[in-house]
Design a protein around this ligand. Structure first.
Ligand code: PMP
Length: 373
């Protein structure tokens, strides 16, 4: 298997697994909220993990709420974080976990504005300025750090400066950016940030919403009041420890990973461009700001989902990316101005920490072989 789908999910780093294993064994059993030695040990491990998660984005441990993943974190930020009577501004290229909250916000009477993007997938800060000027009262602004389909990196610092001028808190879905990019919430002017374990070489089923004052979303599950009431429910010690280890590794490795992975991405693009006439690259232009591991291309005339069935051992995503199987053209590619036909003729390669030169060359070889047969 050549695994080039790291933007959908990253494999668990062996060091993360090692950190988790002791907490999955019987001798470590103990509810981290219980008042006895087993509980205290688990609680200590979770607090260390919380500090690692906070350190990755320059936040304080008390600002981290563990969730089941980024979908829950985004839902908490949006459904719990829009001020009463206020509006909500998001970009047209947000993940489905953000866009999926909008009907409920509208039902509750909040005005919702969706900002368009340019041909590279970038949100224009002047567009945010206009949107906020027209909205009554304070609004929550939510714009992702980097897009999961085309890799475009958004100008977060500029956008949050605009939001701040209008007294609006700024949230960002940073799921895709954190494995290869430095993100400091204070420097970027962010009040909320969502992340996910399985996009960071950590475990599936865990993520976090990080909240900084004055942003304080209303919790969806109060439960037993855990995590200072932000999100009730018994914390899963092994998953929290795994996320903490993954965040520590990301901090240590992101720079080196980004350099190496971007080189591999450029190598893959060179090979495809030379051998597949008419191929186009979507999102951040060559040499521009884009996610190190993301290469999204259109090969006009092909039905990507259909052709990939002939290469089951090559894991890449098609133009409907995260909703593969749904058959709908990607809303992200449409927002960039692609036709539905071109969206269906698009492929997304997601390179990661374990990707090798040999894999990249073999992937190009197989794809070119299939398409030029
Ligand atoms: N946001 C983005 C940008 C993503 O790529 C994903 C995962 N596809 C999510 C949110 C959802 O994350 P999770 O799987 O942790 O719910």
């Amino acid at each position: 298997m050549i695994y080039l789908d790291h933007l959908a999910s990253t494999p668990l780093d062996p060091l993360v697994l090692e950190a988790m294993l002791p907490w999955m064994r019987q001798e470590a059993a103990g509810n981290p909220h219980a008042a006895h030695a087993a509980g205290w040990r688990a609680a200590d491990a979770i607090e260390q993990a919380r500090a690692e998660v906070a350190a990755l984005v320059g936040a304080q441990p008390g600002e981290v709420a563990f969730t089941s993943g980024a979908t829950e974190a985004n839902t908490l930020a949006l459904l719990g974080g829009v001020p009463p009577g206020g509006g909500c501004v998001v970009s047209a290229v947000e993940h489905a976990s953000v866009l999926g909250c909008l009907p409920e916000l509208r039902r509750r009477g909040h005005p919702v504005v969706m900002l368009p993007v340019d041909g590279a997938g970038r949100v224009d800060p002047a567009g945010l300025e206009r949107a906020l000027a027209e909205l009554p009262g304070a609004a929550l602004v939510s714009v992702m750090a980097a897009n999961n389909e085309v890799g475009t990196v958004q100008p977060l610092a500029e956008l949050s400066a605009v939001a701040a001028r209008h007294g609006a808190p700024m949230h960002s879905d940073a799921v895709q950016a954190l494995s290869t990019r430095m993100l400091d919430m204070a420097a970027l002017g962010l009040h909320g940030l969502s992340l996910s374990g399985h996009k960071l070489y950590g475990p599936m089923g865990i993520g976090a919403l990080i909240v900084r004052r004055p942003f304080r979303p209303v919790p969806a599950s109060a439960g037993g009041g855990q995590q200072r009431g932000m999100r009730g429910g018994t914390l899963p010690t092994p998953l929290c420890v795994g996320l903490g280890a993954a965040c520590r590794l990301a901090r240590e490795r992101r720079e080196e990973d980004a350099r190496r992975i971007a080189e591999l991405r450029d190598r893959l693009w060179r090979q495809l461009r030379e051998r597949l006439p008419g191929i186009r690259r979507n999102g951040a232009a060559e040499g521009g700001e884009g996610l190190a591991g993301c290469l999204n291309v259109t090969i006009p005339g092909i039905d990507a989902a259909d052709r990939l069935l002939d290469l089951p051992d090559l894991a890449v995503a098609t133009g409907s990316a995260c909703h593969s199987g749904a058959g709908e053209p990607s809303h992200v590619l449409l927002a960039l101005g692609l036709s539905a036909a071109d969206a269906h003729a698009s492929l997304r390669f997601g390179l990661g920490r374990g990707t090798t030169v040999a894999e990249v060359d073999a992937a190009a070889e197989r794809l070119v072989g299939l398409l030029t047969d």
